[in-house]
Design a binder for this molecule. Structure first.
Ligand code: ADP
Length: 349
């Protein structure tokens, strides 16, 4: 996403304060470097939201959320499509004004300090919006120039970032010739050209194959190790588990729970889960005969989930009842189970 504001594409109620929204533009507009007065003090939270709300006409996309992201933290918004994650990211990124509540990004109000905030953020949008006419290296250099960086600095940083993104040998390749994973890494490299204090990633690996996802996770993990603050959205629980120090589970624009992946699992699930498959037309009937065996039973269309702290022991008791599932699996609880518990729905569509 370009650092310039763009339009929401929907009528908006009047914001609580005059919104500094510039006309939509295809190219990123130059952004003001943060002055001494607008540079955050050490320890200032990267993001603080209180009662943050966004309405599009009748739709309340973000419904009064509270969150706080500490500097250096890797923070995630986990939830299904339509939960309000991207809308929240756009408000944090100072490209969409809020309808209500309070928001501070790097200590600044996006309503009054949009350009200063945008100059200190790196944004990786859901859809890659690289310039397909340009080569990989040129994409980085041109983007850096929008931030007012000199040609020399742009060239130096582009070389470093191409190496970081493992794209050195693709520096002179046209964007169109790159694979999906390479384009994503190039988009991340581009978002880092202004040495942002916070890197925002909307669904960073959606649509990539498993190997490309792992390469990307590795790069993001390195950024995290270097102390870059990451704010990301995902509807993949494995991604949240891999990358997030702390996350909020969002559904229908509201925060359902907050904590580290391990804390959330401890609080909202059991240690282990037994997955039993009896055949799609027999799961519900078999579940009736499992009554009392587990702390909790969930019947999904394709399987029955039994929540317990000791999966193997439970499996033995299933056999004692004369039940013989076609397949059985004992696994540790995951964020998927947390989501199911909190919303009664599965994250996996
Ligand atoms: P997520 O990123 O979690 O998939 P979004 O933030 O994109 O969710 O969307 C949340 C809700 O807000 C959805 O119901 C979506 O249709 C609605 N929405 C998002 N952007 C707009 C818009 N520009 N105009 C109208 N409705 C929107």
């Amino acid at each position: 996403m370009a650092p310039a504001p763009d339009a929401d594409g929907a009528p908006r109620p009047a914001p609580v304060a005059p919104a500094p929204v510039a006309p939509a533009s295809v190219e990123p507009a130059p952004v003001a470097p943060a002055s001494v007065a607008t540079r955050p003090r050490a320890g200032t939270p990267a993001v603080v939201a209180r009662g943050l709300t966004k309405r599009f006409g009748e739709t309340t996309a973000v419904d009064g959320i509270d969150l706080e992201v500490a500097p250096g933290e890797s923070f995630g918004l986990l939830g299904p499509n339509g939960a309000g994650k991207s809308t929240t990211m756009r408000m944090i990124g100072a490209v969409s004004s809020r309808s209500g509540g309070d928001l501070r990004v790097l200590g600044l109000d996006p309503d009054t300090h949009g350009p200063e905030i945008r100059s200190q953020l790196g944004v990786v949008p859901q859809e890659d919006n690289l310039d397909t006419e340009l080569r990989a290296r040129e994409n980085l250099v041109v983007y850096g120039r929008y931030f007012g960086l000199s040609r020399r600095v742009c060239a130096e940083r582009a070389a470093e970032l191409l190496a970081f993104a493992q794209l050195e040998d693709k520096a002179e390749a046209k964007v169109d010739s790159l694979s999906g994973g390479m384009k994503r890494r190039l988009t991340i490299a581009r978002a880092l050209i202004n040495e942002p204090r916070v890197l925002m990633l909307d669904e960073p690996t959606t649509g990539l194959d498993p190997q490309a996802r792992h390469v990307l996770w590795d790069r993001l993990f390195r950024l995290k190790e270097r102390g870059t603050t990451l704010v990301l959205t995902t509807h993949h629980m494995d991604e949240a588990e891999q990358l997030c120090d702390r996350l909020v589970v969002v559904d229908h624009g509201r925060i359902m729970a907050e904590g580290s992946p391990a804390e959330l699992i401890r609080r909202w699930s059991t240690r282990e889960v037994v997955e039993l498959r009896f055949g799609s037309d027999r799961n519900a009937e078999a579940a009736l005969r499992l009554d009392g065996l587990a702390d909790r039973v969930e019947v999904l269309p394709d399987r029955v989930l039994l929540y317990t702290d000791d999966g193997e022991a439970l499996l033995a008791r299933v056999a004692d009842r004369g039940l013989h599932p076609t397949t059985s699996l004992v696994r540790r609880s995951s964020l998927e189970d947390v989501f199911l518990r909190l919303t009664g729905r599965s994250l996996v569509e």
